[in-house]
Design a protein around this ligand. Structure first.
Ligand SMILES: Nc1nc2c(ncn2[C@@H]2O[C@H](COP(=O)(O)OP(=O)(O)OP(=O)(O)O)[C@@H](O)[C@H]2O)c(=O)[nH]1
Ligand SMILES: [Mg+2]
Length: 429
């Protein structure tokens, strides 16, 4: 099965804890602090890899984690950084936030990458906290947790030319005739169950190598979810031109043509503004040859370009190639990503000093990037670190805001994953 929509969970590595050690040397009776910093945790990136065509790597494995940073050690030895993890995705992968559905990045070109979970910062060792008055601090920061989130990956194939049409119109036969691809072809509808891609040769002196996507046949109601084609309509969104293949030997080729037009429009009216060429197929059959003059007249009257071919015996293919060559942008244009595209990388979340306080079943919930980081990096088992944390709450005004919100001794304060009991500082004035 072709996988083009998956959910994955990514968790970056936590930063290593900073060390709170004191120098111990035979000839130095009371050494100062010598705790090294923790290493940063590994981050997770998605990167476009030309070798990938579908999201198969994510079929069975949905959870991905990067390694944590090492702990700081005595003698100011810093912990090792965690390894970053790169997950390969195919060109055309849209990355969406798993919860809000917001677009985080649209990865189009090979090599493009986006960080989806940032590794936690390593905690600072106690050497950073020595001051003239406090020369032997026992305080060291803990490493920050790594970011984690659910993501949705949605593949929107990137091809220069998209083949659309009713089932059995001959799209796969045409793909095979124009390119090196060898799709399955059969005389029944819905032969194609997953998109096929091929590279087209425009002739010896044309350096362009456009790609063609053959997608499952569309039927009436496809835009509303009927048939198989619906899930694949988004794959034609990003093609530069559309070839609309019509079975010339069908009962009413003009009606077939109108059905597909309506479905494209219902899915996204912008699809009808793409350069489109109608391909009247199966010209080798008598029924098609008979229907062709009237069909051509109708297309001419509507100002729609049309070419008659037989994908089977090759009649009309040189004309079709020439028409496609005319519609496509030049070499430089072909190398630029098709519209709408671009690696739209949105910041995952806004950083900042702001915070909010709300009541949460009897407790006080404090939210804010900065204060959550401070809390995560505090080792509450260490008295000195815990005191420092309290002073920091006071310095940033959060303590005053909590008092204003009516906090009393013994009330619970929740910050990040912590639940703390609020106590006024000893030296409170
Ligand atoms: N006589 C004739 N038959 C053709 C021609 N092109 C395709 N066919 C036949 O039409 C049938 C359907 O062809 P496919 O290429 O599988 O059609 P499709 O549009 O890909 O169909 P789905 O994948 O089901 O949407 C097959 O039996 C082909 O051999 C043609 O030019 N002439
Ligand atoms: Mg097919």
């Amino acid at each position: 099965m072709f996988l083009d929509d998956v959910r994955i969970f990514v968790r970056a590595g936590a930063g290593g804890d900073g060390a709170a050690t004191m120098r111990r040397e035979a000839h130095v009776p009371r050494g100062g602090p010598d705790g090294g910093d923790g290493g940063r945790g590994g981050s997770i990136y998605l990167r476009v890899d030309a070798g990938q065509t579908a999201l198969h790597d994510f079929r069975y494995k949905h959870h991905f984690g990067a390694t944590p940073g090492g702990r700081g050690e005595r003698q100011k030895r810093h912990g090792k950084a965690g390894d970053d993890l790169y997950l390969a995705v195919p060109p055309g992968t849209a990355v969406l936030d798993g919860e809000s559905g917001a677009l985080i990045a649209d990865l189009v070109a090979v090599g493009q990458e986006v960080m989806v979970a940032k590794g936690g910062r390593g905690g600072l060792g106690n050497t950073h906290f020595a001051t003239a008055v406090h020369q032997a601090p026992k305080h060291a920061q803990r490493g920050e947790p790594g970011e984690e989130r659910w993501l949705r990956l949605e593949l929107r194939l990137i091809a220069d030319v998209g083949l659309v049409g009713l089932p059995n119109a001959g799209k796969s036969t045409l793909l095979a005739a124009l390119t090196n691809a060898t799709p399955k072809i059969a005389s029944y509808p819905f032969t194609t169950l997953e998109p096929n891609l091929g590279v087209m040769d425009l002739g010896e002196d044309d350096g362009r190598r456009p790609t063609i996507a053959d997608v499952p046949g569309l039927i009436e109601g496809a835009s509303a979810g009927l048939g198989l084609g619906h899930a694949f309509l988004r794959h034609v969104e990003r093609t530069r031109i559309l070839l609309h293949v019509v079975d010339g030997a069908a009962k009413d080729p003009a009606w077939d043509h109108a059905v597909i037009r309506d479905e494209l429009e219902a899915h996204d009216p912008a699809l009808l503004r793409k350069p489109m060429l109608v391909v009247f197929n199966k010209l080798d059959l008598a029924a098609a040859r008979e229907a062709w003059p009237a069909f051509r007249a109708a297309m001419d009257a509507a100002g729609t370009g049309v070419v008659a071919i037989s994908a089977d015996d090759g009649e009309g293919l040189p004309e079709l190639r020439a028409a496609v060559a005319d519609l496509l942008p030049d070499l430089e244009g072909l190398e630029a990503p098709p519209d709408p595209a671009g690696v739209v990388v949105h910041r995952l979340e806004a950083a900042g000093d702001g915070y909010t306080i709300e009541r949460e079943d009897g407790a006080f919930r404090v939210r804010g990037k900065r204060v959550e980081r401070l809390t995560n990096q505090t080792n509450f088992d260490n008295e000195e670190s815990a005191e420092r944390f309290q002073r920091e709450l006071r310095r940033t005004g959060i303590d005053a805001a909590l008092r204003k919100a009516g906090i009393r001794q013994g009330d619970q304060v929740r910050i990040a994953a912590y639940e703390l009991e609020w106590e006024p500082l000893e030296d409170d004035e």
